[in-house]
Design a protein around this ligand. Structure first.
Ligand code: ATP
Ligand code: MG
Ligand code: MG
Length: 352
């Protein structure tokens, strides 16, 4: 009979709400966005309402536990809420994961290896950083980036002006990693510190946006699984994280290179809805409520999740006709290029 409060109204919140409903819980979404798809009710809130104590107090009073589906929210209202209702994951996870410099330093202290990087706070610092890191490199905004937004490649020094113009500071400059594959570790940690993590997903990106996740991952990734999962576990423990934590990695012949973390359910884990015994969303709900965590075993031999980005979504009726294809549409009214409109998961049950 508990009510779960969700901060943020996107498709991740919507899928958490669906998993919560299956377990008999109610959800209450605080989404300062008219286009919220997590709640079907129209919201008249604005971004400023995240900082409105009356709105927050009313929200806290209606929830037994609060979680978030988006790390680019201000930490202060989350900390205010935490004085009134349990919030999982805590703001410690939020503060580290919403700042690229903080997350890289944090992971380095735990023995993880990010790409060579330098903090860049102004135009002069970018010159110094290019000297130190070399090219090719990527300039990334420290906060608020997602789906490859707020990033610029620097192929040679002459690109520095354009990159600074596009991204600005505060930012981090990181060396381009010549990876063979990209993968993610999705880990769930409970109140009691118990942890489970899904097999790594091989993630293929197009234009900086996740396009496809495949499990099991190829051998180059499988060889790095133990090391990457152990690091993700140390990060979760060090943060006292409760809920799903995702770490993205580059696979290289020298081992896993840490890219970034998300203190939440993740697009590269959507395959778990049909492809695993317990979905990442259900396991997140279980974790934040202090319930036992569920099996992460695969339901079939292989699962492939394909994102429907922008006009890709036009294929939806064809997907319905395909046996074994699971269609998910997020209910977004407007199709925009680069916008995640839905996804398809295909699970291969046997050798065929
Ligand atoms: P997300 O939607 O995953 O949060 P984001 O905007 O935070 O995306 P990143 O994960 O930092 O962006 O980068 C997006 C993609 O760009 C990566 O998945 C990878 O394909 C490429 N990329 C990022 N950093 C590097 C790097 N240092 N070397 C090589 N490729 C990189
Ligand atoms: Mg990111
Ligand atoms: Mg990423």
């Amino acid at each position: 009979g508990s009510t779960i409060g969700i901060l943020g109204g996107g498709q991740l919140g919507r899928m958490i709400a669906a998993a919560a409903a299956q377990l008999g819980y109610r959800t209450h979404v605080l989404a300062p966005d008219r286009e919220s798809v997590a709640a079907q009710t129209a919201s008249s809130l604005t971004r400023a309402d995240y900082h409105n104590r009356i709105v927050l107090a009313d929200f806290a009073a209606q929830c037994d536990v609060v979680t978030y589906e988006f790390e680019n929210i201000a930490a202060e209202p989350v900390e205010w809420l935490a004085d009134h209702v349990p919030v999982h994951p805590s703001s410690a996870s939020l503060r580290v994961a919403q700042d690229r410099a903080a997350e890289k330093s944090f992971v380095e202290k735990l023995g993880g290896r990010p790409a060579r990087w330098a903090a860049v706070d102004n135009r002069a610092a970018l010159e110094t950083a290019i000297e130190e890191i070399g090219v090719p490199a990527i300039l990334k905004t420290t906060r608020m980036g997602y789906d490859g937004k707020g990033q610029a490649r620097i192929m040679d020094r002459a690109d520095a002006d354009a990159a600074w113009e596009a991204v600005g500071g505060p930012a981090v400059l990181e060396a381009f990693v010549p990876f063979t594959h990209e993968f993610s570790i999705i880990l769930v940690r409970g109140h009691d510190g118990s942890m489970v993590s899904y097999p790594p997903a091989w993630n293929q990106h197009v234009d900086g946006i996740l396009s496809r996740s495949t499990v099991p991952a190829p051998a180059e990734i499988a060889a790095l699984w133990t090391e990457a999962a152990a690091l993700t576990g140390r990060v979760a423990d060090a943060l006292g994280h409760v809920g799903v934590l995702t770490c993205e990695f580059f696979a290289t012949p020298d081992g896993p290179v840490f890219n970034e973390m998300a203190p939440r359910v993740h697009n590269s884990g959507h395959w778990t809805i049909e492809g695993a015994e317990t979905s990442q969303f259900e396991n997140h709900v279980r974790a934040i409520l202090g319930l036992p965590l569920g099996s992460v075993a695969l339901t079939g031999r292989e699962a492939v999740m394909q994102n429907l980005i922008g006009a890709d979504v036009d294929c939806w009726a064809d997907v319905l006709a395909e046996p074994g294809a699971h269609l998910h549409l997020y209910g977004k009214r407007e199709v925009r290029p680069g916008r995640k409109m839905g996804h398809i998961t295909r699970v291969a049950r046997d050798l065929d």
